[in-house]
Design a protein around this ligand. Structure first.
Ligand code: SAM
Length: 181
């Protein structure tokens, strides 16, 4: 994937980041970048992706939201890790076999929620590097959610917990932020 990098969120400092590990379905990636743009969440793409930004399915699903998202592309997982550790972000991996329910993790501002590739999830080194691995509970016997849907559910919970949805803060959001220091 080749794209113009944008490192500053149009809405100011991003409350959370969404990382896409070697995405291989352009429609899902466009959908997730659109979601991130709407929610003020920054995006990290860990290359290689299986398609180019000129891909018509990618552009169609992301539409003009692609230009509104703050996207950083990382050449490899090793490069992403160097950047992440330097920047001090926690890595929260979403995987079907994660030991923790996404509802039970205490998310924090600056967390990166990472999603695996549609065809194969993530490499073992990614699992090992994660600060936490969460799953979205599903009925027994069913394999997985669509990656964009999984991302929406995890990001939604994380933003709810930290009061990170766009819009004016409410009184209980202030209280929660005071308590977390
Ligand atoms: C279609 S799934 C990958 C399935 C892949 N065949 C595997 O076994 O790892 C693509 C990505 O969606 C996310 N995902 C899907 N369902 C999930 C769930 N119930 N909980 C957490 N993440 C999920 C994960 O990030 C996963 O890597």
């Amino acid at each position: 994937m080749t794209a113009t990098d944008q490192t500053a969120s149009p809405t100011g400092r991003a409350p959370l980041r969404l990382a896409l590990y070697q995405p291989d379905i352009p429609q899902n990636t466009g959908t997730m970048i659109r979601m991130a743009a709407c929610l003020g969440v920054a995006v990290d793409i860990v290359e290689p992706a299986a398609f180019d930004v000129s891909d018509r399915h990618f552009r169609r699903s992301g539409m003009d939201y692609l230009e509104r998202a703050a996207v950083i592309r990382h050449a490899s997982f090793a490069a992403f890790e160097r950047w992440r550790r330097e920047a001090g972000h926690r890595l929260i991996l979403a995987e079907t076999d994660g030991p923790t329910r996404h509802l039970d993790l205490a998310f924090a501002p600056g967390d990166i929620v990472m999603l695996g590739r549609e065809s194969a999830g993530v490499a073992p080194e990614v699992y090992a590097a994660a600060d936490a691995v969460v799953h979205v509970p599903m009925l027994a016997g069913l394999r997985s959610l669509n990656v964009a849907i999984a991302g929406a559910l995890v990001l939604g919970e994380a933003l709810r917990q930290i009061g990170g949805f766009p819009g004016p803060l409410r009184a209980d959001d202030h209280e929660r932020q005071d308590q977390s220091g």
